[in-house]
Write a new protein. Structure first.
Length: 155
């Protein structure tokens, strides 16, 4: 089992949006970075833990705990000419962009990025490194455990 931090802009899909979706599950679409795509395609497995992170908003931070609920599959929006995620180089035979589905485990009280930075146990966390802009980053099991047992509280 692996652990991931996955960023979503709340204006696109927030933890509250996820909570009201059918099966409390969403396709993690819109990734346009090859390294993040490769994490989904090559390393994510059903059941992997996910920290659902609100980004590009007034108060960024971890807003919930989720799990990967599907294996990677081609992103349908990359084939849709009307989608902002359309990619003319993507084909059904050779898709360029992938999705996994993510399912809510629980909403938590927001753990701000400032709060994450206060803990020496998290100093090596990739999301906190200078210059990191990836929307999906792996977590060390010790980071997952610290966040989910010491910092995460039900909302």
């Amino acid at each position: 089992m692996r652990y991931w931090l996955m960023k979503s802009e709340p204006s696109d899909c927030s933890i509250d949006d996820l909570a009201v979706l059918p099966d409390q599950s969403v396709a993690w679409y819109g990734v346009r970075n090859y390294q993040a795509r490769n994490f989904m395609r090559d390393q994510m497995s059903v059941g992997d833990g996910v920290l659902f992170y609100h980004s590009n908003c007034k108060e960024p931070g971890i807003a919930g705990i989720a799990r990967v609920s599907s294996t990677a599959y081609p992103m349908p929006r990359s084939f849709d000419h009307d989608s902002k995620y359309f990619d003319p180089k993507a084909t059904q035979e050779q898709p360029r962009w992938m999705n996994v589905d993510v399912q809510l485990v629980k909403k938590i009280a927001l753990i701000s990025i400032d709060e994450l930075r206060r803990h020496p146990e998290l100093e090596r966390m990739r999301t906190l490194q200078r210059g990191n802009r990836l929307s999906i980053t792996p977590l060390d099991p010790s980071e997952w455990k610290f966040i989910t047992t010491k910092l995460a509280h039900d909302a």
